[in-house]
Each structure stands twice: as structure tokens, then as C-alpha cells.
Design a binder for this molecule. Structure first.
Ligand SMILES: Nc1ncnc2c1ncn2[C@@H]1O[C@H](COP(=O)(O)OP(=O)(O)OP(=O)(O)O)[C@@H](O)[C@H]1O
Length: 227
């Protein structure tokens, strides 16, 4: 078993390959994330951070290079196997919550567990525990529309962790919130991640938030540099 949750080696990604307007978004990305490590990814808009997170989370494939998750080389695997690994090992959080509007907060966290074969009672208990950890257990029976923006994001964090992944990938997780709320919600995310011991790559434009993580990296001209 590797002590690296995520390992990217020499990743390159070019959109519209061969065309005049081809974009070389990632040229040579190397990244090693240890178990339990939380890394900030800082990048100007358009620098390719979503592309990088999608490749790390097996939602996209690189043109060249290698992706390893929990020591397993996933680069050449079939779509079906990549999907299975993604479901089991990777949690995603975006700037917008993307919760299912017709289900309650609790149900939004239960459903991915049921899809993974967890029994209903166990899934509900786990969902309640996650909601308690981020301070919104009292909102468990509410639908997303009845929650504040900060509460919606807290529920989205719980959903991302529902199936106990080893890696969390977050793309501007508090970017849609006002600064005061963003600060509190970010603190809740950090506590949740630290409490569960998983590894995380969190993209943010906010250097104050980045400074609260273990390591800060910037995506610069298609490669990662330490800040
Ligand atoms: N499917 C695609 N086809 C062609 N070009 C793309 C595609 N996806 C992204 N790009 C281009 O690649 C570059 C990086 O995009 P990406 O979404 O990774 O940036 P980002 O750093 O996440 O930006 P933002 O912070 O604005 O979301 C941009 O110039 C974008 O226009």
C-alpha cells in the first residue's frame, strides 16, 4: 500500500490538438499528495486548475503522463474501472453545491451510499454524523432550497465524503459565498477533512485560505510551482 494518495507524473493536456487554436493547458504537471495532506492549488482563471482536478479525479484523461490513486496506476484502465475507482476513492466539491433539489440534505448524503451498496440504516447514521460534524444536523430534513448558501456547501462537503473517499478534490468550494461566511464554511471543511484524515487538493483564489493548508502550489504556465 502506497503512502501517496495521489501521484501525477509528467501530465500534459492540450485541447484541440493539431488545430491552430490548440491550447496547451497542462505541459508537465508532477504532484505527490501524501495520506492526510491538504494542498492548496492557486491559479489565475483559465490557468487549467479545473482541467487538473478533473484529470486527478478521473473525470478526464491526460494526453500523456501517469495518474496513480492510492498507489494504483489508473492511466490505462477502462472507463468502467475508472468510474468504479472514482466512486470509491474520490470526492468532489464545486463552487456550487449541485445538491439534488427534490431530496433533503440527509437524503442527498444517503443516496450515494445506497448506490454503493450500503444498507439504509447505516447510510443514514453516517449522513447524520457527517452533518453533525459540519454543524448542520438540525437542517437534515430540509431541502437545498430552504438552506443558506453556507449550509448548502456544508451539505455538499458531507455528500463528497459520504462514501469515505481517500481523496477530496475541491474547486473553489467557498467561492460563491460572502467573505465572512466563506471563512466559517472553509473552517468547517478543514475540520471535516482533518477529522477524517483524508487527503485533499483545494483550489482557491484566496491566499488567506490557501495559507491554512499544509502546502501551497501555483499552476504556472502548465506546471506546478511551490508558493
Ligand atoms: N473542453 C475544452 N475544449 C477546449 N478548450 C478548453 C476545454 N476546457 C477548457 N478549455 C480551455 O483550457 C483552459 C483551461 O481551462 P480550465 O477550465 O481548466 O481553467 P481554470 O483554471 O479552471 O479556469 P477558471 O478558474 O476560470 O475556472 C482555458 O483556456 C479553457 O478555455
Amino acid at each position: 500500500m502506497s503512502d501517496l494518495t495521489l501521484e501525477l507524473s509528467n501530465i500534459a493536456k492540450n485541447y484541440n490538438v493539431g488545430q491552430e487554436n490548440g491550447v496547451n493547458v497542462l505541459r508537465s504537471v508532477d504532484l505527490k499528495i501524501k495520506a492526510g495532506e491538504i494542498v492548496a492549488l492557486v491559479a489565475p482563471s483559465g490557468a487549467g486548475k479545473s482541467t487538473l482536478l478533473h484529470i486527478a479525479g478521473l473525470l478526464d484523461t491526460p494526453d500523456t503522463g501517469q495518474v496513480k490513486i492510492a498507489g494504483q496506476d489508473v492511466t490505462g484502465l477502462s472507463d468502467r474501472k475508472r468510474t468504479a475507482i472514482r466512486r470509491e476513492d474520490v470526492g468532489f466539491v464545486y463552487q456550487f453545491h449541485h445538491l439534488l433539489p427534490e431530496f433533503t440534505a440527509l437524503e442527498n448524503i444517503v443516496l450515494p451510499q445506497l448506490a454503493n451498496g450500503v444498507a439504509a440504516a447505516k447510510a443514514e447514521a453516517h449522513a447524520q454524523d457527517l452533518l453533525t460534524r459540519v454543524g448542520v444536523a438540525h437542517r437534515a430534513a430540509h431541502r437545498p432550497a430552504a438552506l443558506s448558501g453556507g449550509e448548502q456547501q456544508r451539505v455538499a462537503f458531507c455528500r463528497a465524503l459520504a462514501n469515505s473517499p481517500s481523496l477530496l478534490l475541491a474547486d473553489e468550494p467557498t467561492g460563491n459565498l460572502d467573505p465572512g461566511t466563506s471563512d466559517q464554511v472553509f473552517a468547517a471543511l478543514m475540520e471535516l477533512v482533518r477529522g477524517t484524515g483524508l487527503s485533499a487538493v483545494i483550489a482557491t483564489h484566496n491566499l488567506d485560505l490557501a495559507a491554512r493548508m499544509d502546502r501551497q502550489l501555483r499552476l504556472d504556465d502548465g506546471a506546478l510551482v511551490t508558493l
